[in-house]
Design a protein around this ligand. Sequence first.
Ligand code: PGA
Length: 223
Amino acid sequence: MKKLFIIANWKSNKTESEAKNWLREFITSNPPAGGQISDKEIIICPPFTLLSNLKSYIKENNLPIKLGAQDISPFEEGSFTGEINGKQIKEFADYVIIGHSERRKNLFENEDVLVKKVTMVNKYDLIPIFCVQNDKTFIPENVDIIAYEPIFAIGTGNPDTPENAEVIAKKIKEKKDNSCVLYGGSVNSENINFFTKMPNINGVLVGKSSLIPGEFLNIINNA
Ligand code: PGA
């Protein structure tokens, strides 16, 4: 059976107390124990401000959840005001999202900067989750997890069809041997299985629906 990545992208949401409540509710809804979901890698990508606390809660409660960052500095440590570098992220997380269309659009991230970010992710032994908007989007070297996220589907409640996502996933895999391709864009507990049952889709990147603990748990269970 293929391993599925179920990734929560919390974006710029949740304070510390809101994150604690999320975790509390998630735990009381009986999430699967580690051994029961060895075929699913569950990753939460919270804002930087929550990485440290979430790491502690996850450990205290022995939850089968890994952490990811939503961004990384293209620079090393040093005089780069506002940046969070790979060495700092590595203390808390295993994964980093790079190339999300919201950052490409709002923060003007271009291919040059994305390549630098991938370099930093790999240098610090983190794993990049590289977002592409279609099968023509440039993908840097040394990226093995690619999330296909069509812009029309993000946060709109209007997902791509699983059949089209499968076609794109297959095309991406033809370009990038041995890669895992995820789908993202308006995934919820009702449509998840239509995506994850496609042979070339290795998981999902979930925004809005990951903010509600019960819904995220249903996504995990239904995948
Ligand atoms: P959405 O976001 O699930 O809210 O559409 C997905 C994403 O942007 O990663």
